[in-house]
Design a protein around this ligand. Structure first.
Ligand SMILES: *Cc1c(COP(=O)(O)O)cnc(C)c1O
Length: 242
């Protein structure tokens, strides 16, 4: 992929962002939530730097990527006031490249991965914020711990130095009808409330990363604090044919 080639041509990122922000505000208002309690992550995977810069120039400072190399390439050339979020499955051998460059890792789904992040964080003397990824709908195809195993992983990871657990993340099922996912968002919220009530040291469950282009309004109504929107900002993604 050439990061500097413009794709898509007709996508007007400014207009898309306006639209997404209006939806976010409407969902907050519907749910009686404070607008400042919901943040947008612009999911820029597969998109060229030129498109990210359009979003940046329009005010976006939080970008989500799902591949380590792509995140690093973009990190290198883009302004330093951007907060990069790692939202994709993370292999342990790549942790060392990103611990000091990302604001939040959304996809911690095993103790082994948490331990590796901890080790690298201590080595680089940084504190890394993480979310525990929960496979809330129990889909075979998804990464993430089950709802049942979440508290155990939170308790174990909370003992590790150099990492700070901020909350939970989920990727809801792909569906034509976003209402179908309301139950899963509500379930993730309840899980975070239940764990918060246990008052575990070094654990704060205030962040809920849930909702994508198809269902972020529902996710906000059910308590999302970060929504991860890609297609709704940058248009469809084209993946190279393998
Ligand atoms: C790609 C991706 C998104 C964005 O999906 P859209 O449907 O394009 O908004 C959100 N979260 C994760 C983890 C992703 O990989």
């Amino acid at each position: 992929m050439n990061l500097f080639t413009k794709q898509g041509g007709f996508i007007v990122i400014k207009d898309n962002l306006d639209h997404v922000y209006q939806n976010i505000y409407a969902a907050c208002d519907n749910a009686g939530r404070c607008r400042k309690d919901v943040s947008l992550i612009a999911v820029s995977k597969t998109k060229p730097v030129s498109m990210l810069m359009e979003a940046y120039d329009y005010g976006c400072r939080v970008f989500g990527e799902n591949k380590v190399q792509e995140l690093l390439d973009k990190y290198e050339v883009m302004p330093k006031d951007i907060k990069w979020h790692m939202i994709g499955h993370l292999q342990r051998n790549k942790v060392k490249y990103i611990v000091d460059k990302v604001a939040l890792i959304h996809s911690v789904d095993s103790l082994k991965l948490a331990e590796e992040i901890s080790r690298e964080a201590v080595k680089k003397q940084v504190e890394v914020s993480i979310l525990i990824e929960v496979n809330i709908a129990g889909e075979d195809t998804k990464f993430g711990v089950t709802a049942n195993d979440t508290e155990k992983l939170v308790r174990e990871a909370a003992l590790l130095p150099g990492i700070s657990i901020k909350g939970l993340m989920t990727i809801a099922p792909l569906t034509m009808n976003p209402e179908d996912n309301r139950q899963y968002f509500a379930k993730l919220k309840q899980l975070s409330v239940d764990i918060n009530q246990k008052n575990i040291d070094n654990v704060n469950m205030n962040v809920l990363s849930m909702g994508m282009t198809g269902d972020y309004m529902i996710a906000i109504e059910e308590g999302a604090s970060y929504v991860r929107v890609g297609t709704g900002i940058f248009g469809d993604r084209q993946y190279p044919v393998k």
